[in-house]
Ligand binder design. Structure first.
Ligand SMILES: C[S@@+](CC[C@H](N)C(=O)[O-])C[C@H]1O[C@@H](n2cnc3c(N)ncnc32)[C@H](O)[C@@H]1O
Length: 187
């Protein structure tokens, strides 16, 4: 796993999905070197960089041109990127031109989540996996409801991580923002 502190960040692209969450996403995705992955809302490239080391191909999409630039810089920093395509567009537009998806990770979707899930469903290979990370309560509900409508059996876990900072007089636990990981597999 890559270290959170090693990622390049900017004010507008504030940092990767945290390491422990990336580890859970990788585990839930059961990624192999045969898998084609899409990362919708690639942000800093936290998810993209992890999958680039493990999958056949990663297609990373973000509406924000600065996010695409930061993801590119992080791929270069970690000597990755030969198997990564970066697309500066909205998820719903970009996904229309992508087929043969084994794993779809949605880490940002704005108001497009339902459309994005519908397109992913139409392009997802049998036994394909969808993983959504959500901070807003509304996004969690929207994701679960849409996946149910699309005939998936979604699972959700809410993750609260605290990391210890070792001080001279003891260890102080510092909590990270809670985040939900919603996952579903195509039957
Ligand atoms: C929380 S960040 C994702 C962080 C990323 N997983 C990482 O590890 O660096 C969410 C990103 O989703 C992007 N985004 C929001 N709505 C989008 C959409 N409809 N299509 C594509 N990207 C979108 C935002 O620009 C933002 O960069």
């Amino acid at each position: 796993m890559l270290n959170d502190m090693d990622f390049i960040k900017t004010c507008d692209v504030p940092g990767p999905t945290k390491e422990a969450i990336r580890a859970i996403i990788l585990y839930k995705s059961a990624v192999t070197s045969d898998d084609n992955v899409v990362d919708v809302g690639c942000g800093t490239g936290g998810i993209t960089c992890e999958f680039a080391q493990r999958a056949k191909k990663v297609t990373s999409i973000d509406t924000n041109p600065e996010a695409i630039s930061v993801t590119k810089q992080n791929l270069e920093k970690f000597n990755l990127g030969d198997n990564v395509e970066l697309i500066n567009d909205s998820g719903s537009n970009a996904l229309k031109n992508i087929d043969n998806i084994d794993i779809a990770v949605v880490g940002g979707s704005g108001r497009e989540l339902e459309d994005i899930l519908e397109i992913i469903d139409s392009k997802l290979n049998s036994k394909g996996r969808i993983i959504i990370t959500a901070i807003l309560v509304d996004t969690k509900i929207e994701a679960i409801n849409k996946l149910k409508k699309l005939n998936y059996n979604p699972k959700i876990m809410e993750i609260n991580i605290s990391k210890g900072r070792v001080l001279d007089r003891g260890v102080m636990m510092i909590s990270e923002n809670p985040i939900a990981v919603i996952s579903a597999s195509k039957r």
